[in-house]
Design a protein around this ligand. Structure first.
Ligand code: ATP
Ligand code: MG
Length: 225
């Protein structure tokens, strides 16, 4: 689980100092599905980057299973990301020159699994997102929703503990959005994942048991429904 204490992140933009997160304290239990909402520029992506060890806090701690991500070396952080944390982004971030299957396989390269079993696991992951028959397609030959499914398979093929998703439905039409949210909620229920889902969309947030709001770097818990 995550234990976040007094997390502050400031950025310098020329002479200006932007306080993207201010003294955020928060616990996220194992297996929770949490939505993070709030206005643009509020600090949502910054929080996700801190949870994923993609960037370091200015002050405060982000502990994952008792280990402070801020105290890890770059090598340790890279290893933690490769094994423990899956990411999904708004613009899918697939490698355009690799097939869907190869894109999913890239997530297993750091774990030094034999090539054959890498391919088998990637195929199974594609299957679990309903794309078992599209492994040889390039991203450009897939719809937006299908590309996001590939990205979800890539995030989950390593069996991470945590899935961090930044506006995963932001580029999708409503119908595709609902399919992707159904898929993510289904995977969350099946796999006991901890999921943190940043979204502007209150229809998406309405599907989660817990909601946080971040505005001007300050976080508050929204009442459970
Ligand atoms: N790398 C950076 N350098 C400087 N300032 C940054 C950087 N990243 C974010 N910021 C600033 O930090 C604040 C929070 O940004 P963040 O991206 O976390 O917002 P957000 O809630 O994700 O917004 P959006 O909904 O538009 O994605 C903003 O004022 C932004 O300009
Ligand atoms: Mg953002």
């Amino acid at each position: 689980m995550y234990q976040i204490d007094d997390l502050t992140k400031t950025y310098r933009q020329g002479k200006r100092v932007v306080r993207a997160l201010k003294d955020v304290s928060l616990t996220i239990g194992d297996g929770e599905l949490v939505a993070v909402q709030g206005p643009t520029g509020g600090g949502k992506s910054t929080l996700l980057q801190m949870l994923g060890g993609l960037d370091r806090p200015t002050s405060g701690t982000v502990k994952l299973d008792g280990k402070d991500l801020a105290g890890m070396s770059d090598t340790q952080l890279t290893a933690a990301r490769a094994e423990t944390i899956g990411f999904v982004f708004q613009n899918f971030n697939l490698i355009p020159t690799l097939t869907a299957l190869e894109n999913v396989e890239t997530a297993l390269v750091p774990s030094k699994i034999a090539r054959q079993s890498r391919t088998a696991r990637a195929l199974a992951a594609l299957d679990s997102v309903g794309l078992g028959d599209r492994g040889d397609h390039l991203p450009g030959e897939l719809s937006g929703g299908q590309q996001q499914r590939v990205a979800i398979a890539r995030a989950l093929v390593k069996n991470p503990k945590v899935l961090l998703a930044d506006e995963p439905t932001g580029n999708l039409d409503e119908e595709t959005r609902d399919e992707i949210v159904d898929l993510m909620v289904g995977l969350w229920k099946e796999q006991g994942l901890t999921v943190v889902l940043v979204t502007h969309d209150s229809v998406v947030a309405a599907r989660t048991p817990r909601r946080l709001r971040i505005a001007k770097g300050a976080m508050k818990e929204l009442p459970p429904r």
